[in-house]
Design a protein around this ligand. Structure first.
Ligand code: LLP
Length: 389
């Protein structure tokens, strides 16, 4: 296999260790994890996660189809999204997925009609907006009233009245997702309290639920990926185990994305030029926001390391930038060993919301995918050097 920068390199051993840690941390057979495919949908990543027996959390018809084609059990596939198209709903209903997480009363009507046309009963849950502040970046907060997601708590009573009139829907559960990259457990505790109150209210009006889906959101350590490669799954599940008042027979579902795949992926890029600007040094690399848009979109931090520098040469400050014709195409400002054309940089913690968010803006090629058990990072670099020699 011949690799060309920029490429994504996946540490399959770390992914496997993460999946094992996740499995070991699950405190009860009633806790079910659905991997959020949106975080990373590379083939072998999905295959390994499926092998561990997790379900899938999807946000499009294509994700549902990909999950099923990969071997995820349709009965462990869930679908959310504020704007599901009729075709996407047909895919979900015809495959008898575990639950369509419905985000508005109008959507209930549409699902009821489509299910009727297909001669089916669709299993659904209400995705509810709990108005809980996830205390994360505003652009990845989803559970506040001002966000477009979910049915407002104040409308849940009306949603129950409406669903009682619909013949082709079966209400199985309630669903929440307050946001992403959440490192403090406080927002999750607040969510549990909201859910407990809502469950009591629903029971008082005669609604019995099979499951509670609390979404995803557990964050990862972008600052110290080497020290903390695996998130604290135990602490996360314990929070829900302690604070959620689950009824007998009810299952609790989680939709984890970033925490499962975030640390196993790196973006590897080559330095094209070092330019002395008027105020700073630019290290211009061959990866851009087209391969990893998170810094440009959310000002997010990714640790960057020059993996081929000669550290004896000293250090300097660099603004690491991509080649794209956009001023926001910046990966970070940092101190690195003296860096020169031809050095390789590793941009870490890029396994989640990295490759899936890439584009071919400027008509760029798609970055390749390299799995560590097919080619280690050292082997990739040796190959590059051999080609130069
Ligand atoms: N469930 C639902 C309904 C979601 O919308 C999401 C993520 C998840 C689960 C998974 O959340 P996680 O466990 O990965 O936090 N592109 C942004 C993140 C967007 C998250 C979208 N929804 C980023 O790069 O930070």
């Amino acid at each position: 296999m011949r690799v060309k920068t920029p490429f994504y390199h996946y540490d399959m051993e770390l992914l496997e260790n993460t999946l094992q840690a996740l499995n070991n941390a699950i405190p009860s057979p009633n806790f079910k994890v659905h991997y959020a495919i949106k975080a990373n949908a590379e083939k072998r990543v999905l295959e390994l996660i499926q092998k561990y027996g997790f379900g899938a959390d999807c946000v499009s018809g294509n994700e549902v189809q990909t999950a099923i084609d990969t071997g995820f059990n349709p009965n462990e596939v869930v679908l959310a999204g504020v704007g599901k198209s009729d075709d996407e709903l047909i895919t979900a209903i015809s495959n008898n997925i575990h639950s369509i997480n419905c985000e508005s009363i109008e959507e209930l009507e549409v699902i009821n009609e489509i299910a009727g046309n297909l001669n089916k009963t669709a299993d659904i849950s209400f995705r509810i907006n709990p108005n809980v502040d996830a205390k994360t970046h505003a652009k990845i907060t989803t559970g506040l009233s001002e966000n477009k997601f979910g049915i407002p708590i104040s409308e849940v009573g009306r949603a129950v009245e409406e669903i009682n009139k619909m013949q082709h829907l079966h209400l199985k559960g309630i669903h929440f997702h307050i946001g992403s990259q959440i490192l403090s457990m406080d927002p999750f505790v607040k969510l549990c309290k909201q859910v407990n109150t809502l469950l009591e209210d629903l029971e008082a009006s005669g609604v019995e639920l099979e499951h509670i889906n609390v979404g995803g959101g557990l964050g990862i350590d972008y600052l110290n990926p080497e020290e903390n490669p695996i998130p604290d799954f135990e602490g996360y599940f314990k929070t829900f185990h302690q604070h959620l008042k689950v009824r007998d027979g009810q299952t609790v579902h989680f939709e984890l994305g970033r925490s499962v795949v975030g640390q196993c992926g790196s973006l590897i890029s080559k330095v094209l030029y070092i330019k002395k600007g008027a105020t700073k040094n630019f290290a211009i690399i061959d990866a851009g926001m087209t391969e990893l848009i998170r810094p440009a979109l959310y000002d997010s931090y990714h640790k960057i390391e020059n993996i081929t520098a000669d550290s004896a040469l000293g250090i300097d400050n660099y603004s690491v930038v991509g080649p794209i014709c956009e001023s926001s195409d910046v990966f970070g400002e940092l101190e690195m060993p003296i860096t020169k054309r031809g050095d390789y940089l590793c941009i870490k913690s890029a396994g989640a919301y990295g490759q899936v968010l890439s584009s071919n803006y400027n008509l760029r090629d798609k970055a390749a995918t390299v799995y560590s058990d097919e080619m280690s990072l050292d082997e990739c670099l040796d190959q590059q050097n051999a080609e130069l020699a």
